[in-house]
Design a protein around this ligand. Structure first.
Ligand SMILES: Cc1cc2nc3c(=O)[nH]c(=O)nc-3n(C[C@H](O)[C@H](O)[C@H](O)COP(=O)(O)OP(=O)(O)OC[C@H]3O[C@@H](n4cnc5c(N)ncnc54)[C@H](O)[C@@H]3O)c2cc1C
Length: 508
């Protein structure tokens, strides 16, 4: 039987395999044998990367996890959400098959239990990568299960066992913020922590908060056949993104049948015989919506409680553990990585930060600065919205003049052939140059496409260089070369154009 403390349901073969890998029921914590080079608190992406990297180089490493190794990403984040998104895509493709001349006769049905079973199966299939066995046997890491807390500037307690360290990394992640809305607690609600436990499809679902997590899951549930209502206090989806990108997403969600409420506050929840009644405040007055389930995705709060950070002299605030550009906390022996300290709460940033921590904490010589990282991200809706570097308004706020090169997906042959014309690429360059400051892509496969621009930025390649890079025809990524061509065409000043004109007249 799966330990109820692990908050994992149902008790089926997939979840049992997952637990066997990431929190084995028969696990015996090792007996510490002297001081560790590195103790890692938390075995999510940040902790696993730090532990594997340090142990791989020969350091004596302890890794402490209180719940499931793999953290949010494997268990209640990226992996299960992307598995569900794939099922939603499949449903959508079948429903829209007639656009491509394919006739599907009969109703398109979704077997929600099968969707969720597939999601659990995929999670358990991936879980050996993050398993206690792999980390202890392959990497030689001492894996401890239990809650870690500091007992001094270089000491940690885990379930009554005292551990000493030369260096430590706090990688305890973050969890869903629960807004103090009257009646919410009593009515009951879902967060990313338990939504993937569902086995029954909610007929009506309210998604509160339309950031990346809310947007992805709202579209997913809608496409799987749930009646979805979204409630967002801000005036657009994905507050961080440009308005034109967010509006494409709103339009897509509306086509999926999502009932969208922007600039709307949820101020009360009550229970009626018909379901959970949400009272909403909008600019037009108050309104009520009745649903079967409420999914809360209004932000993340750092897991600092219970760590006794004061005992170690580590300062923190509401946004997490305070770190400098080298990811060092106010105790110079202790570093932090991942969602506990980063403004960009992604698996790939947790990974990149932990690689920097290994260098900075364990080796002398040049230190890696977190501010130097070129950070891309993607929201996996349809279309996807991917971004890297600065937005135009951010660059301008820093006093950097910007040229923006924009091309519509509707100008790309492969996008037209695929029926994926919605979206664009926007590349922001330092004015008068091709130095890329940032870019946004809205496209069905934007998450794949953004890496091309990220690579260029990391390598110091300018936008103009893409004109000389052959892209296979027809691919949607050609849009980046088209943006480069637009930049190069604009360099044709009247003087150069005049010279060329004279040259061609002369050589006719
Ligand atoms: C629904 C959802 C979808 C997401 N999708 C994506 C995506 O597509 N792409 C992407 O890049 N990111 C995505 N993310 C974000 C990503 O999951 C996180 O950024 C990533 O997991 C952060 O890793 P971490 O190691 O910092 O923290 P976590 O994964 O939260 O790991 C922290 C670990 O520390 C443990 N812990 C906490 N306190 C203690 C303690 N006192 N003692 C011992 N252990 C402790 C926790 O149990 C946990 O296992 C998603 C998140 C969610 C919620």
């Amino acid at each position: 039987m799966i330990d109820p403390q692990l908050n994992l349901q149902p008790d089926d073969e997939h979840n049992r395999l997952l637990v066997e890998n990431v929190h084995p029921p028969e696990w015996h914590n090792p007996t510490p044998d002297g001081r560790y080079n590195l103790i890692v608190l938390g075995a999510g992406t940040a902790g696993l990367v730090a532990a594997a990297g340090a142990a791989g180089m020969g350091a004596k490493v302890a890794l402490i996890e209180r719940q499931l190794m793999g953290g949010d990403c494997l268990n209640v984040g990226c992996v299960p959400s992307k598995a569900m998104i794939r099922s939603a895509h499949a449903t959508h493709d079948v429903r829209t098959a007639h656009h491509y001349g394919v006739r599907v006769t009969g109703a398109v049905g979704v077997d929600f239990q099968a969707v969720m079973e597939r999601t659990r199966r995929i999670r358990s299939e991936i879980s050996p990568n993050d398993s206690a066995k792999r980390f202890s046997e392959h990497y030689g890491v001492d894996v401890y299960f239990g809650s870690a807390r500091f007992t001094g500037p270089d000491a940690i307690d885990v379930n009554g066992t005292a551990l000493r360290f030369a260096k430590a990394v706090i990688a305890t992640g973050a969890r869903a913020v629960i807004p103090p809305i009257p009646g919410l607690e009593k009515a009951g609600f879902l967060t990313n922590d338990n939504v993937f436990n569902l086995t029954e499809q909610p007929r009506r679902l309210a998604v509160v908060g339309c950031g990346p997590i809310g947007a992805e899951l709202a579209q997913t549930f809608a496409r799987l056949g749930t009646e979805v209502t979204t409630i967002e206090a801000g005036d657009q989806f994905l507050q961080r993104e440009d308005r034109d990108a967010a509006e494409i997403l709103s339009a897509s969600l509306r086509r999926d049948g999502v009932d969208i409420h922007l600039s709307t506050q949820l101020f009360e929840v009550a229970i009626s015989p018909d379901g959970k009644v949400l009272s909403l405040e909008t600019s037009d007055g108050t309104q009520q919506v009745t649903v079967d389930e409420i999914l809360v995705g209004v932000g993340r709060t750092p897991n600092v409680e219970g760590l006794d950070l004061e005992a170690a002299g580590v300062e923190y605030d509401r946004s997490g553990v305070r770190v400098n550009d080298f990811l060092q906390t106010t105790n110079t022996k202790i570093y932090a990585s991942g969602d506990i300290c980063l403004p960009f709460k992604f698996t790939h940033t947790a990974d990149a930060a932990s690689r920097a921590v290994i260098q900075n904490a364990l080796f002398p010589g040049p230190k890696k600065r977190i501010s130097r990282l070129v950070v891309p991200w993607c929201t996996y809706t349809d279309p996807e919205i991917a971004h890297v570097g600065l937005y135009r308004h951010q660059a301008e706020r820093r006093g950097i003049a910007v040229d923006t090169w924009e091309v519509a997906m509707a100008d790309v042959d492969r996008a037209i052939a695929e029926g994926d014309e919605e979206g664009f690429v926007k590349v922001h360059c330092k004015r008068g140059t091709d130095t890329i400051l940032g870019a946004t892509i809205v496209a069905r496969h934007a998450g794949e496409m953004i890496s091309e621009i990220t690579t260029a930025m990391a390598a110091g390649m300018g936008l103009g260089g893409f004109s000389g890079v052959i892209h296979p025809y027809p691919t949607q990524t050609e849009i980046i070369r088209k943006a480069a061509d637009a930049y190069n065409r604009a360099r044709l000043t009247p003087r150069v154009a005049g010279n060329l004109n004279r040259w061609f007249r002369w050589t006719r």
